[in-house]
Design a protein around this ligand. Structure first.
Ligand SMILES: *[C@@H]1O[C@H](CO)[C@@H](O)[C@H](O)[C@H]1NC(C)=O
Ligand SMILES: *[C@@H]1O[C@H](CO)[C@@H](O)[C@H](O)[C@H]1NC(C)=O
Ligand SMILES: *[C@@H]1O[C@H](CO)[C@@H](O)[C@H](O)[C@H]1NC(C)=O
Ligand SMILES: *[C@@H]1O[C@H](CO)[C@@H](O)[C@H](O)[C@H]1NC(C)=O
Length: 446
C-alpha cells in the first residue's frame, strides 16, 4: 500500500514540477509539495462516488472493437475483444494547471471507478500481459479517463430458421452493477460514432451489416439501472454455402434426371443412377447437419432445400419403378389382346357380332366382302375406351369374361408407358425450377 502511495505522489510531484518549473527531477522538494498532495488525498474517499449527495455522476463510454473471434451457432454467443473507455468528472481530483497525468494502472485501486459490467457475458477476463491492461488518466479539471481491454464471450440469441440466408442481431450491453440511475448515468460519448472498429472487422462467415448505439435503462427488482447498448447486425456470407451445399445438391437432382433419357429396358443403369443419387443426397444432408446444432429442432432454410432435392431425386427413382411396372403390365395386356384377337379371328367373329349389337345386324347380313372391315371395326371398339359399358358387355364381354377383367385393368394403367419418361423429362425440370423460384423468393425477400 505504501508503494502505491509513493507512486501516486511521484506522479503528482512530476505534474507540479512540470507545471511550475519544468523538468527538474533533481530538485524535488518534498516539504514543499507534500502538503499539496496530502491536501488532495486527504478528503478523497475512494468508496464514495463523485458528486456524492449532489447528483448523479455522468459516465461517458466509448468502445473500440479489436476483434470478434468466434461466432458460435451451437452456443449462441460470440467472443469479442474490446477496449472500453469510460470517462467521468471527479471534482475532488481537480488540480491547478491545464495538463493531464497518466497514472500507473495499479493506482486504480486508489480511486473511485464505476462498477460497469456486461450483463450478457458468459465468460470474460481482463488481459494481464505484461501488466493489467488498464489506463488511467487524470485531467487538471478533474476528468478521469479509465480504459480497459476486455475479452468477453457474450450471449446472442440467434434465429436460425433462415440459415444460411440469415441475419443475426447481436448486442453488447453495458450496465452499472450497483449504482442505480439516481447515482450514475451512462451516455455514449459520441453517439453512433462511439464505437469504432466494427466497420473494418473481418469475420470468417459474416460481415457486419450495420450498427448503432442506444441508451436505455435496465429494470430489476432492486430498481432502475443505467444501460448502454450497442446493436450490430451480422449478415452471413451465403456464397460458401452455395458452393458447398446448394450447387452439389442441385447437380445431383439434375443427375437423377439423366435416367429419363435412358431406355427403360436397361434396368441396371437406371436403378443405379436412382439409388446412387439417393445415397449421395443422404450423405450431403448428413454433412450439412453436422456443422450445426441438431439438438434444436427448428427447420432451417438449408434443410428445406435439401429436403426438396431429396424429394425430387427420390421421385425420379419412383418414376422409373412406376414406368417399368406399367410397361410390363402393358406388355402383358397387349399379349392377351393379341391372343384374344387370334382366337376371335379363328372363330370367324360372326356369332360374336350377331349377339352383340342388334343395330349392326343389318350390316352383318351383307355379303361376306365386308367381313374384313367389320373385324377391324370390332377390334377398334374393343381396344378404345369410348364405348359405353353396356355395349362393351354385349360386344366383347359375352365371349370372354377374362378379357373384361383385363380391360378394366388396362383402364387403370397408362395408355402408353413410354410416354411417362417423355412427360417426366419436361415435368421434373419444370417443377424443380418452379420450386426453386418460390424457395429463393421466400428466403431472400421475406
Ligand atoms: C524546500 O523548499 C522550502 C521553501 O521553498 C525551503 O525552505 C526548504 O529549505 C527546501 N528544502 C529542501 C530540502 O530543499
Ligand atoms: C496551459 O496553460 C498555459 C498557461 O497557463 C498556456 O500557456 C498553455 O497554452 C496551456 N496549454 C493548453 C494545452 O491549453
Ligand atoms: C477537462 O479537460 C479535458 C482535457 O482538456 C477536456 O477534454 C474536458 O472536456 C474537460 N472537462 C470539463 C468538464 O471541462
Ligand atoms: C444512430 O443510428 C441509428 C440507426 O441508424 C439512428 O436511428 C439514430 O438516429 C442514430 N443516432 C444518432 C445520434 O445519430
Amino acid at each position: 500500500m505504501m508503494l502505491f502511495y509513493l507512486l501516486f505522489w511521484t506522479c503528482f510531484l512530476l505534474l507540479f514540477t512540470n507545471g511550475e518549473k519544468g523538468f527538474h527531477y533533481g530538485e524535488w522538494n518534498d516539504s514543499q509539495l507534500q502538503p499539496t498532495i496530502q491536501k488532495l488525498m486527504k478528503g478523497y474517499n475512494r468508496y464514495l462516488r463523485p458528486n456524492f449527495n449532489v447528483g448523479p455522476v455522468e459516465i461517458g463510454m466509448s468502445l473500440d472493437i479489436a476483434s470478434i473471434d468466434a461466432i458460435s451457432e451451437i452456443n449462441m454467443d460470440y467472443t469479442a475483444t474490446i477496449f472500453l473507455r469510460q470517462r467521468w468528472r471527479d471534482s475532488r481530483l481537480v488540480f491547478p494547471g491545464n495538463e493531464s497525468v497518466s497514472l500507473d494502472g495499479r493506482l486504480v485501486s486508489l480511486l473511485w471507478v464505476p462498477d460497469t459490467f456486461i450483463p450478457d457475458s458468459k465468460r470474460s477476463f481482463l488481459h494481464d500481459v505484461t501488466v493489467e491492461n488498464r489506463l488511467i488518466r487524470i485531467f487538471s479539471n478533474g476528468t478521469v479517463l479509465y480504459a480497459l481491454r476486455i475479452t468477453a464471450t457474450i450471449a446472442c440469441n440467434m434465429d436460425l430458421t433462415k440459415y444460411p440466408m440469415d441475419r443475426q442481431e447481436c448486442t453488447l450491453q453495458l450496465e452499472s452493477w450497483g449504482y442505480n440511475i439516481q447515482d450514475v448515468q451512462f451516455y455514449w460519448t459520441r453517439g453512433n460514432d462511439s464505437v469504432k472498429g466494427l466497420g473494418t472487422l473481418r469475420l470468417a462467415q459474416y460481415s457486419v451489416e450495420s450498427y448503432h448505439t442506444t441508451v436505455s435503462q435496465a429494470v430489476y427488482e432492486t430498481g432502475l439501472y443505467p444501460k448502454l447498448v450497442l446493436h450490430f447486425a451480422l449478415r452471413r456470407n451465403v456464397l460458401f454455402f452455395i458452393l458447398e451445399t446448394y450447387v452439389p445438391s442441385t447437380l445431383l437432382v439434375v443427375l437423377s434426371w439423366v435416367s429419363f433419357w435412358i431406355s427403360q429396358s436397361s434396368v441396371p443403369a437406371r436403378t443405379c443412377i436412382g439409388v446412387t443419387t439417393v445415397l449421395t443426397m443422404t450423405t450431403l444432408m448428413m454433412g450439412a447437419r453436422t456443422s450445426l446444432p441438431n439438438a434444436n429442432c427448428f427447420i432451417k432454410a438449408i434443410d428445406v432445400y435439401l429436403g426438396i432435392c431429396f424429394t425430387f431425386i427420390f421421385g425420379a427413382l419412383l418414376e422409373y419403378a412406376c414406368a417399368h411396372f406399367c410397361t410390363m403390365q402393358h406388355q402383358t395386356i397387349i399379349d392377351v389382346q393379341r391372343e384374344l384377337l387370334r382366337e376371335f379371328e379363328e372363330s370367324n367373329g360372326t356369332s360374336y357380332l350377331v349377339t352383340s349389337t342388334p343395330k349392326k345386324i343389318k350390316p352383318q347380313t351383307q355379303p361376306k366382302d365386308t367381313t374384313e372391315q367389320e373385324t377391324t371395326d370390332q377390334t377398334v371398339m374393343c381396344e378404345g375406351d369410348e364405348p359405353e359399358p353396356e355395349r362393351k358387355e354385349k360386344g366383347c364381354g359375352l365371349s370372354s369374361v377374362k378379357q373384361m377383367s383385363r380391360k378394366a385393368a388396362s383402364v387403370m394403367t397408362v395408355e402408353n408407358p413410354h410416354n411417362i419418361d417423355s412427360h417426366a423429362r419436361i415435368l421434373f425440370p419444370m417443377a424443380f425450377l418452379l420450386v426453386n423460384v418460390f424457395y429463393w423468393l421466400y428466403y431472400l425477400l421475406f
